[in-house]
Design a protein around this ligand. Structure first.
Ligand SMILES: Cc1cc2nc3c(=O)[nH]c(=O)nc-3n(C[C@H](O)[C@H](O)[C@H](O)COP(=O)(O)OP(=O)(O)OC[C@H]3O[C@@H](n4cnc5c(N)ncnc54)[C@H](O)[C@@H]3O)c2cc1C
Length: 416
């Protein structure tokens, strides 16, 4: 089934009877060449690139719930490549380039919207740090613009520039950053993988690993044993729990992150804005709701819901930035489980077990990484070599001291 404008018109004229399910619902086969654990954005993207780019189609994605039930369907949809460090920036810029061609590639409307992202700064020191980050981005081939207060006032006239505690002095803008429809991304990758022969198996929780003589032989699941000599784990917030079943202890803690949506408003915010003096970021969805979030809840948890102190903290951040937000009614909030690594950067690597690979540690920034993470993990699974943009994401970097700590806060997962 090919999507096009013509197709939409045809279906509209014929009672929408021609639309088909986006993917099959197969039973698991006894074995596969490659099994991917986790049907989130990263697992589905990995399956897609394995089939499309590396010609691997005897592949299954095993998902314990339904496709998109995890963080891929819970995030605040921001995509960007505004990183500082050499281990990160080329990877996220690779991801941004994949976002730019994604919808044509998938033949699926994922609502990729390059509406720009602006990180506000509030002090001279913060401006200098942002200038440095902008220069690092330019050096890596990304785009960045430093805006002074006058330039910013033209774009965002409604911000509280003269806030006594947090005066807004300017911002670092990445014009190519923006948003994408999160669950649309999962569905697009799922459809693309399924079309190429990948089995997407829902309600199939992995409950254990079969390991013989130091090599993976397959996985135990709620639907029986499934054999595979190559297994890739991409379970985000459940990384610690799942890898523990293979006897592996990861440098990852799980924390809750919440997101919030207001009632629909008339078009107001046509970019993504992040507050630089607290933790608050906001954009406006196509339905008109203000979509925003802040910090993680700060305690370890596997619950997909958070608590009220963070709701209050996020609301305070919003009020400090744009006081008129206080008149909007909050409609919905929810939480997701974050795989917070010790340096705030991800892991895409082999493990101590032959044939078992891990993809995790995305913290609360893994949505924007979905295309590059899928591509790089597929590269690793297919060739046993890391992709050129992901060579720094090694598991042993914590032991070797080669951490990639964007924030410079050290081994405090809750602060990254
Ligand atoms: C509120 C919130 C806001 C966020 N905002 C942003 C943002 O604006 N920008 C950004 O870049 N990132 C953001 N993120 C982070 C981003 O969503 C995640 O880093 C990313 O989605 C994680 O990768 P994933 O999509 O593969 O995870 P998931 O969708 O969580 O996929 C993992 C899957 O593994 C499955 N699974 C777990 N255990 C098992 C098992 N034993 N067997 C089988 N399957 C299993 C789960 O059910 C789940 O479906 C946000 C996250 C949240 C929660």
């Amino acid at each position: 089934m090919h999507f096009s404008g013509l197709r939409v018109v045809k279906e509209a004229l014929t009672g929408h009877r021609g639309w088909k399910p986006l993917w099959r619902n197969p039973d698991p086969k006894p074995d596969y060449d490659i099994v991917i654990v986790g049907g989130g954005g990263h697992g589905l993207a990995t399956a897609y690139y394995l089939a499309k780019t590396f010609g691997k189609t005897r592949v299954a994605v095993l998902e314990k719930g339904w496709l998109g039930s995890g963080n891929i369907g819970r995030n605040t949809t921001i995509i960007r490549s505004n990183y500082l460090l050499p281990g990160n920036e080329p990877f996220y810029e690779f991801s941004m380039k994949l976002w730019e061609g994604l919808e044509q590639d998938l033949n699926f409307n994922a609502m990729v919207s390059q509406r720009g992202i602006i990180n506000l700064f509030h002090t001279d020191a913060q401006r200098d740090a942002f200038r440095r980050r902008g220069n690092a981005m330019l050096l890596a081939g990304a785009d960045a613009r430093l805006l002074d207060q006058n330039a910013l006032r033209q774009i965002l006239p409604y911000l509280n520039y003269d806030n006594a505690r947090f005066p807004i002095k300017g911002g670092l803008m990445q014009p190519r950053g923006g948003t994408a429809r999160h669950d649309g991304v999962a569905w697009g990758y799922a459809r693309g993988a399924d079309l190429r022969g990948v089995d997407l198996i829902q309600n199939c929780e992995v409950t254990g690993f079969r390991i013989e003589n130091g090599a993976i032989r397959g996985v135990e699941t709620a639907r029986g044993f499934i054999g595979a000599k190559t297994v890739g784990v991409a379970v985000a917030g459940n990384s610690g729990r799942v890898m523990a079943m293979a006897g592996q202890r990861l440098p990852i803690e799980s924390h809750v992150l919440q997101a919030f949506v207001t009632e629909g408003l008339k078009p107001l915010i046509d970019t993504v804005i992040t507050f630089g003096a607290g933790h608050f970021y906001v954009s406006q969805s196509d339905k008109g709701g203000l979509v925003f979030g802040g910090d993680i809840d700060g305690y370890n948890s596997y619950a997909q819901r958070g608590n009220l102190p963070v709701v209050e903290d996020v609301a305070e951040g919003g009020m400090a930035l744009m006081p008129m937000i206080g008149r909007a009614r909050l409609l919905r909030s929810w939480g997701g489980v974050m795989d917070m690594s010790m340096d705030g950067s991800p892991i895409i690597d082999r493990t101590g077990i032959a044939g078992l690979y891990v993809n995790g540690g995305w913290c609360y920034g893994g949505f924007k990484a979905t295309p590059a993470s899928g591509y790089a993990f597929a590269h690793l699974l297919a060739t046993d070599r890391p992709h050129a943009t992901a060579t720094a994401y090694r598991l042993d970097r914590f032991a070797r001291g080669f951490v990639i700590d964007e924030k410079g806060v050290g081994a405090h997962p809750n602060l990254h």
